[in-house]
Design a protein around this ligand. Structure first.
Ligand code: SF4
Length: 196
C-alpha cells in the first residue's frame, strides 16, 4: 500500500490523456525523460509568457479588480496541490483562476484544460472560501486570445470522481484499461512497456 498523498492538476491532465500515465509514473515509478506531452505544455518560452502576463488589459477584459500571481495552493481534503499562474478577484466578489497556455486557440476547450481549471477552482473555493463560477485561459500563440470557462457543479463533482479514480490506481496498484486512440501511443514514452 502506498503512502502517496498529493497529486497535481498536471497529473490529472495526464490521466485524462491516458490513465496509464498515472500507473507508470506513480506505481511503477518510471519517469518520463523529457517534456511529457504537448497537452501539459505550460509553455517553454518563459519570456513570452512573462510578456503576456504584464498585459493588464486581459485582466480588465476578464472583469478583474484585483489579482494574485504565482499562487501555490494545496488541499489535504482533495489530496491536491497546484500552482496557478493567476487568481483574479472579480467585480461580483467571486474569484477566477487564469492560466496562460503557450498554445493556439483551436475553437474548442480541450477537456484536459477544462479539468485543470476546475481543479484550480476547487482549490480556490476551499482555500479562500469564495465562489468560483468561471476560469480563464489565455492562448498566447493566438494573439493572447482570452477564453472563459464556466465552472459548474457538475464539472466539480466529476473532477472529484476523477481524483478518486486516480487514487484508486495509485493506492491499489491497478493497471488501468487504456481505451484511447492508438495514435496517442505513437510517440509515448511508455510504448515499450505498455500491454494493449
Ligand atoms: S503507449 Fe498508449 S496506452 Fe500506453 S501509456 Fe502510452 S498512450 Fe497510454
Amino acid at each position: 500500500m502506498s503512502d502517496f498523498q498529493y497529486i497535481t492538476p498536471s497529473e490529472v491532465m495526464e490521466y485524462l490523456f491516458c490513465p496509464r500515465f498515472v500507473y507508470y509514473m506513480n506505481v511503477v515509478k518510471v519517469g518520463q525523460r523529457e517534456h511529457r506531452r504537448a497537452l501539459v505544455n505550460k509553455g517553454r518560452t518563459i519570456h513570452e509568457r512573462k510578456l503576456v502576463q504584464n498585459k493588464d488589459y486581459l485582466r480588465k477584459k476578464a472583469g478583474a479588480v484585483n489579482k494574485l500571481t504565482d499562487l501555490y495552493l494545496s488541499s489535504q481534503n482533495l489530496r491536491l496541490v497546484g500552482r496557478m499562474d493567476e487568481l483574479l478577484f472579480l467585480e461580483d466578489g467571486s474569484a477566477a483562476p487564469l492560466d496562460y497556455k503557450y498554445a493556439f486557440w483551436e475553437n474548442k476547450i480541450f477537456e484536459t484544460y477544462r479539468y485543470q481549471q476546475v481543479l484550480y477552482a476547487l482549490l480556490v473555493m476551499e482555500s479562500f472560501k469564495t465562489e468560483v463560477n468561471k476560469a480563464f485561459i489565455v492562448y498566447i500563440r493566438s494573439r493572447n486570445h482570452l477564453e472563459e470557462i464556466q465552472i459548474t457543479q457538475k464539472n466539480c463533482d466529476h473532477a472529484k470522481i476523477i481524483l478518486d479514480e486516480i487514487f484508486d490506481i495509485i493506492n491499489n496498484e491497478i493497471y488501468p484499461n487504456a481505451k484511447i486512440n492508438k495514435l496517442k501511443c505513437a510517440d509515448c514514452t511508455y510504448r515499450n512497456l505498455c500491454v494493449s
